[in-house]
Write a protein that binds this ligand. Structure first.
Ligand SMILES: NC(=O)c1ccc[n+]([C@@H]2O[C@H](COP(=O)([O-])OP(=O)(O)OC[C@H]3O[C@@H](n4cnc5c(N)ncnc54)[C@H](OP(=O)(O)O)[C@@H]3O)[C@@H](O)[C@H]2O)c1
Length: 287
């Protein structure tokens, strides 16, 4: 049942945040989108939507923006947890008692990422928390756009790496439940999409949706490593990504039932993601 208080959404201009703003408004909830720059945030006026300026690295702005909200969707879009303690404390100081945090499936396993540390901070700070721990996003396909613009092929390793990526609207649906229903408190939801699909098959789905002759050009792991480093991706990230993909050629990810159990319907497929994003993909490929 919607309450009169708004729900604060951080990362509101991001992949999941933007989908969550739409989902909450659709559900009749009031939404306060916390954005760094309301002028460039590209939200259309909508009943129940306020845009409030806040920077996650400036806790006083976060406290001021979240005050009076029912709950907060927290994104921590940084490579380290530095500063998260102050920001979470600012939310508590603003009276927030329920937080749904967009964590990741590696929260327990990868201390080089901030997810696990931010989970601990949130868990200690508020009585009512839910952690979303997704596997990879379908939206990671946007990372291929620079390659595709240059020549309609993706040059990368492990085209046969098979994962179960999740649609941002499905993550948003789970976040909306966690923010508006009491019984998700204290839960860590590991989430995948509805089907296993290889990298090359994802690209084929983009080709099908856009009608463009996009192709996969398989590189050796060494060549892929060099290429990823050349475009500025940190060496330790490059190695982790390639190791993970190599494993997924032999051992595909498994589809988990969590999303369907929570939302009562199967997750959206990659073909659906590609079809929905066709105008944006075509525009990006021409740009
Ligand atoms: N991609 C994956 O496969 C995957 C898998 C598991 C978990 N995750 C997690 O998902 C999170 C990212 O979510 P996303 O993909 O929805 O986000 P995103 O599309 O990468 O967008 C980042 C968001 O953070 C905002 N932001 C950046 N710096 C900020 C600051 N200083 N103050 C306030 N807002 C700031 C951006 O706002 P502006 O518009 O102002 O830049 C934008 O709304 C990360 O924590 C990542 O670890 C990702």
């Amino acid at each position: 049942m919607p309450t009169d208080l708004p729900i604060a959404v951080t990362g509101a201009t991001g992949t999941v945040g933007r989908a969550l703003v739409a989902a909450l408004l659709d559900g009749g909830h009031r939404v306060r989108a916390l954005v760094r720059d309301p002028e460039t945030s590209r939200f259309a006026d909508a009943d129940g939507l306020e845009l409030v300026r806040a920077d996650l690295t400036d806790p006083s702005t976060v406290a001021a923006a979240a005050r009076g909200c029912e709950a907060v969707f927290l994104v921590w879009p940084f490579v380290k947890a530095d500063g998260a303690e102050e920001t979470v404390a600012a939310l508590v100081e603003a009276g927030i008692r329920r937080i749904a945090y967009l964590s990741s499936v590696v929260a327990d396993d990868d201390p080089s990422r901030p997810d696990g540390a931010v989970e601990k901070l949130v868990e200690q700070a508020v009585p009512d928390w839910t952690f979303l721990r997704p596997h990879g996003f379908m939206a990671n396909a946007w990372h291929w756009m620079a390659d595709l613009r240059a020549g309609e092929s993706v040059q990368a390793a492990y085209g046969a790496a098979a994962t179960a990526p999740i649609h941002e609207a499905d993550l948003a649906a789970v976040a909306a439940l966690a923010l508006t229903e009491p019984h998700h408190s204290g839960r860590r939801y590991v989430l995948t999409g509805p089907a296993v699909i290889t990298q090359a098959e994802q690209l084929a789905a983009l080709a099908e949706a856009t009608g463009l002759p996009l192709s996969w050009e398989e590189l050796s792991p060494a060549a892929a490593r060099e290429r990823m480093r050349a475009v500025g991706r940190p060496p330790q990230v490059v190695d982790k990504v390639l190791d993970y993909q190599a494993r997924r050629v032999q051992f595909p990810e498994e589809v988990l039932p969590t999303l369907a159990e929570l939302t009562g319907r199967p997750g959206r497929t990659f073909a659906t993601w590609a079809a929905e994003h066709t105008p944006a993909l075509r525009a990006a490929l021409k740009g």
